[in-house]
Design a protein around this ligand. Sequence first.
Ligand SMILES: [Mn+2]
Length: 244
Amino acid sequence: MTQALFLADAHLSAPDAPAYQRFLQLLAQQHGRLDTLVLLGDIFEFITGYPKTWRAEHQPALEALAALAAAGTRIIWVEGNHDFALAPFHQRYGFTLLPDGGPLTCGEVPLHLSHGDTLDPQDHGYRWWRALLRSVPTRLALRWAPRSLIRAISHRLVDGSRRRRKTGGSPLPKALLQEHARRQWRAGAAVVVCGHFHHPWDWEEDGRQLYVLGAWCDGAPCLVLENGRCRWAPYPVASVAPSA
Ligand SMILES: [Mn+2]
């Protein structure tokens, strides 16, 4: 029996914020009891795998994730638009990084994972920006630029996204999501999971499922995969049983 737990868009920043505390409590609750934790992007308000972008506020959550991994949980991290260039976390903590998502089999269930920020093929401006953030020059800058410059840029990124969230974000692009799900189902996935849009939604067609995770920071439920079936699981996730 394999259990997987999926969550997205925690946007963790201040450790004393309720969403951050719930995140730590969830990881403590699952310690030694969970086979796979799938993080579907934007877990932090801003982080990369490069130490210059790490701050004290990242430490409690990173340490809790590392402790969960040390207790035997496989941690899969799909990068979002707020957490990227995470590759160094593999060596440091043993997390499995899927920068752009992709297929993953959990138990017997073929899944397709993505953050969800690249579903719109017409959004050329965003795609350009995303490619820039993940480019070799950006990686070099993350390694070599002065910490003060990196901090200034990260503040701008974070402020911009907070402003966008305050205006309520954009409505769920259901047609794009359905097109994405059908494409991945045709490619062999039974369950398609993404985040990014901050509104939870699920849709089923011919026995295959699409789950769009809501934002953990807004109290959205996580998704649980148990005995080959997915279900929404509001926090606290009480019924994820110990692994056989
Ligand atoms: Mn996002």
